[in-house]
Design a protein around this ligand. Structure first.
Ligand code: IMP
Ligand code: MG
Length: 176
């Protein structure tokens, strides 16, 4: 078993610092109104756990499971693997995503959640691979825009591995 030492793209400290800033932006945008964080499984679970711990205790949480990747390539077909337990109609909903790549996953889920009549629907994504976008989607809060690298760790996987790395690393490891 390897601890998978990869070149960090973002260290634990950089991630924590940016999450504090995102949290302030998010709270300011809701102006004290209650909201629910909807974490997109599985990739967002660590980001959501850290973000949630910077938010007021009234903030609710639920999870939605979606899957579109196999290896390092998206299959292009989004599957719902786990639905919300919460009826979000009339609620302010903040979708929490790990990374937006083509935008297919996000556009699919925004359409699906929008149909459930939330009071508002916003998105926070830790990482944004802007250059890869094939579908136009609005992201309200972005942690870091990144180049077209495959990244792992801090919840993000390669075939279900690497999720537990405490930082974001680039895959494959550089051959220097
Ligand atoms: P999209 O539908 O192409 O935008 O892909 C979004 C989903 O693909 C994300 O929620 C991730 O789960 C996964 N994904 C995209 N890029 C990466 C990456 O670099 N590493 C790991 N997972 C990724
Ligand atoms: Mg994801």
């Amino acid at each position: 078993m390897s601890l998978g030492n990869l070149e960090p793209l973002f260290t634990t400290e950089q991630l924590q610092h940016r999450i504090q800033e995102l949290s302030q932006e998010i709270l300011a945008s809701y102006g004290g109104e209650p909201f629910i964080c909807v974490g997109i499984l599985k990739g967002s679970f660590i980001f959501l756990a850290d973000l949630l711990r910077t938010l007021p205790v009234e903030v609710k949480v639920d999870f939605l499971g979606l899957s579109s990747y196999s290896g390092t390539e998206s299959t292009g077909v989004v599957r719902l693997t786990h639905d919300l337990k919460t009826d979000i109609s009339g609620m302010h909903v903040l979708v929490v995503e790990d990374i937006v790549d083509s935008g297919l996953t996000l556009s699919y889920l925004l359409r699906m959640l929008g149909a459930r009549q939330p009071k508002s629907l916003k998105v926070v994504a830790l990482l944004d691979k802007v250059a890869r976008r094939t579908v136009d989607v609005d992201i309200d809060f972005v942690g870091f825009p990144i180049e077209d690298h495959f990244v792992v760790g801090y919840g993000l996987d390669l075939d279900e591995g690497y999720r537990g790395l405490p930082y974001i690393g680039m895959f494959p490891p550089s051959a220097e």
